[in-house]
Design a protein around this ligand. Sequence first.
Ligand code: OGA
Ligand code: ZN
Ligand code: ZN
Length: 561
Amino acid sequence: MAAQPAVVPATRHLSARIRALPAAWLRDNCPCPECRDPRTGQKLFQITDLPRGLAVEEVVEPGPDSPCVEVGWAPDGHRSRFTVGWLDAHRPADSPLTGDRRTETGKELWSAADLAGRLPEAAWDDYLADPARRARVLEALQRLGFALLRGVPVREGQVLAVAETFGHVRQTNYGRLFDVRVEPDPNNLAFTSARITPHTDNPYRDPVPTVQLLHCLENSASGGDSGLVDGFHAAALLRAEDPEAFAVLTGTPVPFVFRDDRTELRADRPLIEVDARGRIREVRFNNRSFGTVRLPAAELDAFYAAYRAFGELLLRPGLQLDFRLAPGDCLVFDNTRLLHARTAFAQDGSRHLQGAYADLDGPASCLAVLRRADSPALLAELFDGAGAAEYLGEEVTMAAHMLQAGALAEAAGAPPHLVAAALLHDVGHFGEHATGAEAGADADADVTEYGDTRHSHTGADFLARWFGPEVTEPVRLHVAAKRYLCTVEPGYREGLSAASEHTLRLQGGPMTDAQAAAFARRPYAADAVAVRRWDEQAKEPGAATPEFGHFLPLLTSLLHG
Ligand code: OGA
Ligand code: ZN
Ligand code: ZN
């Protein structure tokens, strides 16, 4: 880096920025006590109360006494004050927003190999005692779609206590909880010893339960192993490989039905549901309760071809994560995303699970509240402490490297989430103790499907405590982005530093063409590539950079997605 990057003060040009914003939108967000009740923060006016022809008449820039920009409105003379942090955090964005984190853009999509050695699990006692632990579990449920609690007391009814740590039990016709064991007169194949192929539960219910829990009390039979498949990943693969089938499945409501002597349930929903912007939001798949589709005969052929294609994809080797529940394990998962399965079991022992349903808004709310107590100022200590260490044979310290990367992103005019990702991309190198990494977080040579290495995952998981996937996923993919660039961009590899060339080989070398194509389709791949380029440039000995504190307002503006 030749010179200190020009850092544009965040407060300059605010007037032009304000005037470029859609007036009705800005006014709708006025935080003044006339517009929002100061006690509840709730809005006090209707959209129809706003004058027609709203326009910004005057902008008063922030000054030494006021951190806010003040806007005077025509035609009614109303005045609004906005903090720079609020404006930064709410810039109009053309990239897909993560929003409530329910769609694919708020997730890390996975196949079994991607999770090798990093199952999202926690001991029940730690989960109860340590809020940071609890936040990690809830964040894993949101990002990966599941978490596994170990050492949950082996007691009937305990599954309800687990559900109540993050929300409310959803009672159904099966009761507040249901026993999964061999029944003499089963009303569902779940209550036999038969194999159950990957499915989501209760697709015939409206609304569908969005969280499922399965608590293992006994598992001494041969067989009865568990499996999970990331239905969002499978749906994204179908979209890439067979877009017509994807369109048919997202556009065709399927009747799901359940009947016994006392109950008759029916819901008509597509197998893959997308939101208004076309992003995958829910998956339903359950052969047991799949009803009779009624469509014009010509459309039925296309539907069945697509249904079969998705069914085959869900069974594709490598997608399903296999494991075995032991007594005391409680699996908590997103029933709108993950499919669960079990192998058949013999009657040479007994198998007893207790299940319950709950909803995703509970854990999301718990996580958001837990995050309120946490501040990214803690990161400043890391930059001073562990960050002062030498960086893997480069001529800069880790802290200097990351500050340079953040400054480069900022100088390039990158949006705040990418400045943050660049600034924080190597926090995984700050060490197990600093970042609370799971056991076994050692080698950089821990190669998975895309050659993601441990430090990028450790860093991303650690950052998930504060930031959404728009920050964590470019960090997670920044190592894979190097392997990708070495494949697709002539000359890129030659420009790597000696240390980076060394780790490239440990990380699996350049991607194959097929891996590169798959990488490019991943959400956040382009952002990861951008971070990677700043990463590569940020190894200049002695380059001047801003202090960590310079970035704190930006980080704070990004909190909680
Ligand atoms: C179920 C089910 C899985 C198991 O009851 O819905 O899928 O492991 N059970 O028995
Ligand atoms: Zn089930
Ligand atoms: Zn780096």
